[in-house]
Design a protein around this ligand. Structure first.
Ligand code: NAD
Length: 273
């Protein structure tokens, strides 16, 4: 699928994988990219990217991806200004890492110290519910546009109408200290598999990428010691993945209409038992 003149919504675009992906998609001559992020640098990051690209392609939207009215505002603005949104990469994500069950001592007694439910729900909201709903809203954008033109089921002799790439993680297969994050990322696999079956009715593909440890602020926050001692020894490539390596895989997945499933871009991540 040629990305030229497409209208894109991308979350988490102010940093890391999202930012690298926004830049790489822009180079495919898309019409506009909504960069939705809560970071206060979002506008400045978009301005700098537009400056480097030599044209205004990034449109900054600052807000929380969990907020339904923020999401609706982004889509309505993009649809009014540029037309239906046909590509979506919901990349915003957070971690709240901690072992699931620990033992604590309180007033001389041994008590269980269980992972906070509030943290679990927040990670699920940001990393699972939000990306699914940004993806659904993209399918809706294409569906309404088609219905307004009297078009029903997509036919193979039409060109592909849109594509979504969800951002999973190697942690979806389970990772110590990531009970909430791993659950959210594994949940995205079910969403992707379902959307792949449903959204093709409107000519929209849905795929998922599972990146390994990538050199972004999220991973740098783990600290150099953990990266050196726990990440790199279990990574065949023996280095962190560069954000642009994940970005180029995402662009490939958007472009190549044969892609409909999952891609593990994990640098050979093989954690020990
Ligand atoms: N870095 C890795 O090793 C790695 C590996 C696998 C998957 N991922 C996934 O890739 C995606 C991007 O991660 P990254 O490593 O680039 O992280 P990052 O921290 O560099 O970027 C994440 C961006 O998401 C934004 N964000 C977070 N919560 C938000 C919210 N509620 N509303 C709006 N914006 C919000 C942040 O402001 C930030 O700009 C995430 O979904 C992450 O889970 C990362």
């Amino acid at each position: 699928m040629d990305l030229k003149d497409k209208v894109v919504v991308l979350t988490g675009g102010a940093s890391g994988i999202g930012k690298a992906t926004a830049l790489m998609i822009a180079r495919e001559n898309v019409k506009a990219i909504a960069v939705a992020d809560r970071d206060e640098q979002t506008e400045a990051v978009c301005e700098a990217m537009n400056h480097d690209l030599g044209r205004t392609v990034m449109i900054a939207f600052r807000g929380d991806v969990v907020d339904e009215s923020f999401r609706e505002g982004v889509f309505q603005t993009m649809e009014e200004r540029f037309g239906p949104v046909t590509l979506c990469v919901p990349a915003a994500g957070i971690t709240r890492d901690r072992l699931s069950v620990k033992i604590a001592k309180r007033n001389g007694s041994i008590v269980p110290d269980i992972y906070a439910e509030e943290d679990f729900r927040r990670v699920l909201d940001v990393d699972l519910v939000a990306p699914v709903y940004w993806a659904l809203r993209t399918v809706a954008s294409v569906a309404v546009h088609r219905a307004n033109r009297g078009m029903g089921a997509w036919a193979p002799d039409e060109s592909m109408q849109g594509a979504i790439v969800l951002i999973g993680s190697v942690s979806s297969a389970g990772n110590r200290g990531q009970i909430s994050y791993a659950t959210a990322k594994a949940g995205l696999e079910g969403a992707q598999a379902t959307l792949a079956k449903e959204a093709i009715f409107y000519g929209v593909r849905c795929a998922i990428i599972h990146p390994g440890f990538t050199d972004t602020p999220m991973v740098r926050a783990l600290g150099d010691d953990i990266i050196r001692e726990n990440v790199l020894p279990n990574t065949q490539l023996r280095r962190l993945i560069r954000p642009d390596e994940i970005a180029s895989a995402i662009v490939f997945m958007l472009q190549n209409s044969a892609v409909s499933g999952s891609l593990w871009a994990d640098a050979g991540w093989h954690p020990q038992a």
